[in-house]
Design a protein around this ligand. Structure first.
Ligand SMILES: *[C@@H]1O[C@H](CO)[C@@H](O)[C@H](O)[C@H]1NC(C)=O
Ligand SMILES: *[C@@H]1O[C@H](CO)[C@@H](O)[C@H](O)[C@H]1NC(C)=O
Ligand SMILES: *[C@@H]1O[C@H](CO)[C@@H](O)[C@H](O)[C@H]1NC(C)=O
Ligand SMILES: *[C@@H]1O[C@H](CO)[C@@H](O)[C@H](O)[C@H]1NC(C)=O
Ligand SMILES: *[C@@H]1O[C@H](CO)[C@@H](O)[C@H](O)[C@H]1NC(C)=O
Ligand SMILES: *[C@@H]1O[C@H](CO)[C@@H](O)[C@H](O)[C@H]1NC(C)=O
Ligand SMILES: *[C@@H]1O[C@H](CO)[C@@H](O)[C@H](O)[C@H]1NC(C)=O
Ligand SMILES: *[C@@H]1O[C@H](CO)[C@@H](O)[C@H](O)[C@H]1NC(C)=O
Length: 635
């Protein structure tokens, strides 16, 4: 939108005012005369000017230090602004980062348990930012916070926000209108507390079933992923594209982080490689193309590095062929490229060493890493606060100020588009009312129930009917109070029960370490001891199993032995019992193939979808409840 007439008037007024000034005050030079500046009312603070003019004006006022501060975005916790956090890593206080390092982009760590207090914290940050020389407002971002995952590196459980299934559950529902609704609700809750940037969606294709981050994806089908993420991005933008009521999305991890070698995650040195034995690199670009066409203005390159492609085997943010030639050139992306967190500085996490994810360029110095990232075409360093490195590079003539201006311009422009200069503050009281309101919570719960996917249902045992006060249940994996609140009887042993209800997480191999242990990786099977233990239950009592499918579990023996198997993609115990007792019906369909054995998983090509041999169930499988009166009803 352009306001040409207003602008012309304003410029004319200002020029004549400046002329008048020059005759009355000290000896202003002709150059100062033409700068059209009114120091008490600068153009960049005047919403009647076009955004490009405001950006030009602001940029022309900035010192090198102030520009360099824009190029960093890192983590903060809701501590008093002058207190240094402990435990996270060597982070300065947010007050220091705003006041001394000139930073204006941050992501908030930790669960949100009181929206009013979070909104108050966000306002304190903005107040501090307004006290700086130029008063550039803060842009706050966040990893996902609307589901169940709790992992400082990937997302936070919902806390006071409405709670929905994981992204993979939205994919299981295959309902574009529901995805749009989710994004609109999340946008309103984010806006209420002051988040203006979503460090999501994760549009990687889940072509390697062992990867620990599949629950944040949309499964292994590139068409379905592309269709749904368009609704997601538009819902976060709101009605008229990116603007003052929007949350900006960052699409990740370019060019698709699904083909992880041996299924290992790229936060860790053993997971640094992506491999393409099926020569299927192009398919992983499809969702990014759809996102760019839908108006996505942020992209985050993957940590990993490509092995066996025409591209240099260095992590994608260091990779000019990927960021400049492919993303900006071939795909035409002209938005902001922000690196994934921590590519430069070695830190610690919870006391454990946490080396920089400089995969393929481990031998470079910090200064060389920064140079490579800038030369690759990235705009902003995620999870870093090292302006001194860039200042040194400019002083030494290795990086030019003009190059920095290109990125600073993009970053500032977005703040104007989001209306942050006009409205940096939120209303804490309104935040308390909007976040987690009854309606949003109800929609989230409905999505949890609907995304349930019924894998098997011997003799239509589900939904359980004709349950009386005398019916006895053996349960595992959830709290008995959820049964007793429905007046159901819980007993201590399978032998004493009429039915067993078991809720399990998809199998994984526990990893050591404060951070690493949050990633469920390795084998997708239960071990033999656990299989034997479960078998004894299945042979004793009719059993319903509910598997939280954060990854595609390899559970042929459970499908054989249990009377019914449900897959959930993030659900609470009440949603589970509503499905079991037929208060709601499962509508989900598998968003990926369910492999039949670990031998089959290991034989899969990391980059190729739907190549698991003899899956137990195929992508798209999902039964419906039979009608109680026996007139069919199966899909
Ligand atoms: C500068 O802008 C302020 C606020 O709009 C206005 O009151 C003032 O008259 C302007 N000063 C000059 C010299 O134009
Ligand atoms: C603050 O940041 C600098 C790097 O800019 C780092 O050297 C220092 O250790 C940080 N301070 C604290 C308390 O972590
Ligand atoms: C949230 O915080 C506000 C402000 O401190 C307080 O008044 C309110 O009672 C808190 N709400 C809850 C549910 O604890
Ligand atoms: C992928 O999803 C699309 C759209 O939902 C569907 O038409 C197609 O059949 C799916 N592909 C496979 C291999 O299942
Ligand atoms: C990654 O790929 C390289 C090159 O093929 C190989 O040498 C290395 O062992 C692989 N794995 C890791 C963890 O580096
Ligand atoms: C079960 O729920 C009750 C009531 O909410 C709670 O007091 C108890 O600690 C819970 N038990 C477990 C094992 O989580
Ligand atoms: C079922 O048992 C509960 C207590 O567990 C009791 O309050 C309720 O009245 C009983 N209902 C019937 C129909 O017997
Ligand atoms: C087998 O798996 C169970 C449950 O997943 C776990 O508690 C146990 O430690 C495992 N046993 C071995 C020997 O790995």
């Amino acid at each position: 939108m352009r306001f040409v007439p207003v602008v012309l008037v304003s410029i004319a007024t200002l020029v004549s005012q400046a002329l008048a000034l020059s005759t009355t005050r000290d000896g202003s030079t002709p150059i100062r005369l033409l700068s059209r500046r009114n120091e008490s009312h600068p153009i960049y603070k005047d919403a009647s000017y076009c955004i490009d003019e405001r950006v030009d004006d602001l940029l022309s006022r900035m010192t090198l230090e102030e520009k360099v501060g824009q190029l960093f975005q890192t983590m903060i916790t809701p501590l008093p602004l002058d207190q240094e956090p402990s435990g996270v890593s060597a982070l300065n206080s947010s007050g220091t980062m705003i006041g001394k390092k000139h930073m204006t982009h941050f992501n908030l760590l930790g669960d949100i348990t009181n929206a009013t207090e979070t909104a108050q914290f966000m306002n304190r940050l903005q107040e501090r930012a307004l006290q700086t020389r130029l008063g550039i407002p803060i842009t706050m971002s966040t990893d996902p916070r609307h589901a169940f995952t709790e992992n400082a590196g990937t997302g936070f459980s919902s806390g006071v926000f409405s709670q929905w299934p994981e992204t993979i559950g939205l994919a299981a529902l295959r309902d574009p209108a529901m995805v749009r609704k989710f994004a609109e609700v999340a946008r309103e809750e984010y806006l209420a507390v002051g988040f203006r940037m979503a460090l999501h969606p994760q549009v990687d294709l889940s072509t390697e079933p062992r990867w620990a981050r599949i629950s944040g994806t949309w499964g292994e089908n590139s068409t379905l992923t592309s269709d749904l993420i368009v609704e997601y991005i538009k819902g976060f933008q709101g009605k008229n594209g990116l603007g003052p009521q929007s949350v900006k999305t960052v699409v990740k991890h370019f060019p698709g982080s699904g083909p992880v070698q041996d299924g290992e995650d790229s936060h860790f040195v053993y997971g640094k490689n992506l491999t393409y034995p099926g020569r299927n690199f192009e398919e992983h670009l499809k969702p990014f193309k759809a996102a760019i066409a839908a108006g996505a203005t942020g992209v985050m390159p993957a940590y990993s590095r490509p092995i066996g492609t025409k591209y240099e085997p260095v992590a994608f943010s260091f990779n000019k062929q990927i960021v400049t030639d492919l993303l900006r050139g071939e795909l035409g992306f002209d938005g902001i490229v922000v690196t994934d967190w921590g590519l430069v500085t070695d830190t610690t996490f919870g006391g454990d060493p946490f080396p920089a994810r400089a995969w393929g360029v481990e031998d470079l110095s910090e200064l060389e890493r920064v140079t490579r990232i800038i030369e690759a075409g990235c705009d902003q360093f995620g999870g870093e606060e090292r302006p001194e490195l860039i200042l040194q590079l400019v002083q030494e003539g290795i990086v030019s100020e003009e190059r920095l201006d290109v990125s600073v311009r993009r970053l500032l422009k977005e703040k104007f588009v989001l209306g942050l200069f006009e409205n940096p503050f939120v209303d804490p009281e309104v935040a308390g009312r909007i976040v987690g309101n009854e309606y949003f919570v109800r929609l989230g719960r409905e999505a949890q129930r609907r995304s349930y996917t019924l894998l098997s249902n011997e003799k239509d045992i589900l939904p359980l009917r004709h349950i009386t006060n005398g019916t006895k249940f053996y349960i595992e994996g959830f709290n008995a109070t959820f049964m007793t609140e429905r007046n159901y009887q819980v007993v201590d042993t399978p032998g004493a029960a009429d039915y067993a209800l078991l809720r399990y997480d998809a199998p994984y191999e526990p990893r050591p370490g404060a951070f690493e242990s949050s990633f469920h990786a390795g084998s997708l099977e239960f071990n033999q001891t656990e299989k034997d233990r479960q078998s004894r239950i299945y042979s004793t009592v009719p059993t319903i199993v509910d598997m939280a499918m954060a990854r595609p579990a390899v559970i042929p023996e459970i499908v054989d032995q249990a009377n019914a198997v449900l897959a959930n993609f993030g659900s609470d115990s009440r949603a589970f019992l509503d499905i079991v007792f037929g208060i709601s019906a499962p509508e989900g369909r598998l968003p990926y193939d369910l492999p039949g054995s670990m031998v089959a998983v290991e034989a899969q090509m990391e980059d190729v979808p739907f190549d698991t041999r003899s899956p137990v169930f195929k992508f798209g499988h999902g039964l419906s409840y039979a009608s109680p009166c026996g007139d069919g009803g199966r899909r």
